[in-house]
Design a protein around this ligand. Structure first.
Ligand code: NAD
Length: 506
């Protein structure tokens, strides 16, 4: 981004006021139209920036979900989308991506107002990443071939992929648009119809995405969005007997429920993308340990620490730990929370009061269990009415402590010391999660050896930042199953069919 100016800061704050005064439409999008809930119920959505009221949002219930699923089913059955050639779907999805890019400012403002992340990241990360995801799957879909099996000469066995049907999508609030796009891209490209339930903490961009998709030419009923609470709209969608697959991103606790819902209903396929407690391992042969420390600080404090793959544990060789900690303590204040609408801000507000209490509760737990808070550790900007926490670093953490084992989902880093490679690997793997990890070493043998030993879906070596839609993303163990992103995600939204043909001899 170009250097921000104070003028720009005023301008985003003013735009926010005008946007809210103009009224935010919180109604569902079902069958191609904005609709109120069938019960007429709404809930009030406030901004975590300053707790200002953003508007009334549809509180979807089972009947609303049922209407959306029926619309999606009808759209699927009559082939208005899945029956079209891949090249057609590609064109529509490309236009959808272009519309997302064209609506960059509006979507970024909604995202920041809704869930509190800094406007510079909504503009520079969330919107472009959403558009790229949609266009990448659009581009991919007319280049994926099916298979013919190597059978005997008197037979032909075709192995084809078909859209699975109606896909329920339930997503969290930390990257509302990106998480939705990771499901929408592959599910729409392969021809499915969708009912999306965004988090009740961040409903607005999902609703706008549905409108932009319609403007791009996506037929009505193919992409429906019903906002509402998890135990109401979310549960109704996950239990619905006419939903064929569920793409879920959220906590491990709720992911467990998704499997139960499937078991209690129609055994729909469930793809869970869940929490993490990712470890960074810094060895004593790492010459770039200062860059490692800065990278860890940048990673854990990005998005207020509300990232599933945040590097929330750093395991440092004991000979390096004191110097490493000095750099971390110097870096932390550079990530001090500030007004998310100011383009210079690098850390914004936590999503709501509940999340603030959760994070502060973990900071208390860390102190109570004997860890040493060496940076931050307090609520910030309380006078704004919003929900902010200082960038926080704990030293002297034992890997068995709660702050080392449980996902905090806030700007809190645990520093753990180790003496041997085996000990570091054992501690890195000793959590319920397995989403991401990072190894820092100048020794190529060690880097590969440790990367192989780590039970995580993604392992970085001498970095933590690289990411792209071309690579799969997801976790081992209780971080989930299935993978978002890359061509592998197409598997989740398609059924594999074998068709046998007999070829008679002449
Ligand atoms: P959450 O599990 O509380 O909620 C996620 C979604 O599920 C929301 O839409 C919510 O309304 C819905 N939900 C909640 N309870 C439900 C219920 N009983 N029945 C049906 N639906 C229900 O998670 P969250 O707090 O929104 O998000 C944070 C979590 O998401 C973290 O654990 C984070 O690690 C995880 N996450 C994972 C990834 C990944 O790709 N692995 C990415 C982003 C976030």
């Amino acid at each position: 981004m170009s250097a921000p100016t104070a003028q720009a800061a005023v301008s985003w704050a003013e735009r926010a006021i005008h946007r809210v005064q103009a009224g935010l439409d919180g109604r569902a999008v079902v069958d191609g139209a904005r609709v109120a809930s069938l019960t007429g119920q709404t809930f009030h959505k406030h901004s975590p920036i300053d707790n200002r009221l953003l508007g009334a949002v549809t509180r979807g219930q089972a009947a609303d979900i049922d209407a959306a699923v029926r619309s999606a089913r009808q759209a699927f059955d009559d082939g208005r989308w899945c029956g079209k050639p891949p090249a057609f779907r590609k064109k529509v999805l490309q236009r959808f991506a272009e519309k997302v890019t064209a609506a960059r400012d509006e979507l970024a403002l909604l995202e920041t107002l809704d869930m509190g992340k800094p406007i510079q990241y909504s503009l520079g990360v969330d919107v472009p990443s959403t558009a790229r995801t949609l266009s990448w799957y659009a581009e991919a879909i007319d280049k994926v071939y099916d298979e013919i099996a190597p059978t005997a000469p008197n037979a032909l066995a075709l192995i084809t992929r078909e859209a699975i049907g109606v896909v329920g999508v339930i997503v969290p609030w930390n990257y509302p648009m990106i998480m939705a796009a990771w499901k929408l891209g592959p599910a729409l490209a392969t021809g499915n119809s969708i009912v999306l339930k965004p988090s009740e903490k961040s409903p607005y961009t999902a609703l706008r995405l549905a409108e932009l998709a319609l403007e791009a030419g996506l037929p009505p009923g193919v992409f429906n969005v019903v906002p509402g609470y998890g135990p109401e709209a979310g549960e109704a969608l996950a239990l619905h007997a006419d939903v064929d697959a569920l793409g879920f991103t959220g906590s491990t606790r709720t992911g467990r429920r998704m499997l139960e819902y499937a078991g209690r209903s129609n055994l729909k396929r469930v793809y869970n993308e869940l929490g993490g407690k990712s470890a960074v391992l810094v060895f004593d042969d790492c010459s770039e340990w200062e860059r490692a420390a800065r990278t860890v600080a940048g990673g854990i404090f990005f998005n207020q620490g509300e990232s599933c793959n945040a590097p929330s544990r750093v395991l440092v060789h004991e000979s390096l730990a004191d110097r490493f900690l000095e750099v971390l303590v110097a870096e932390a204040p550079k990530h001090q929370p500030a007004d998310p609408l100011d383009p210079r801000t690098v850390m914004g507000a936590l999503v709501d009061h509940t999340q603030l209490q959760t994070v502060l509760g973990y900071i208390d737990a860390g102190r109570a269990e004997g860890a040493r808070c060496v940076a931050g550790g307090q609520q910030a900007r309380a006078d704004t009415g919003g929900f902010y926490v200082q960038p926080t670093v704990f030293d002297g953490v034992d890997n068995r402590m709660r702050i080392a084992q449980e996902e905090i989902f806030g700007p809190v880093l645990s520093v753990i010391r180790f003496s041997t490679e085996a000990e570091a690997i054992a501690m890195a793997n000793a959590t319920a999660y397995g989403l991401q990890a990072s190894v820092w070493s100048d020794n190529v043998h060690r880097a590969h050896r440790v990367a192989r030993a780590l039970r995580a879906g993604t392992v970085h070596v001498n970095q933590y930042d690289d990411d792209d839609i071309t690579v799969p993303f997801g976790g081992y163990k209780q971080s989930g199953n299935g993978r978002d992103k890359s061509l592998h995600a197409l598997d989740k939204y398609t059924e594999l069919k074998t068709t046998w043909l007999r070829i008679n001899p002449a």
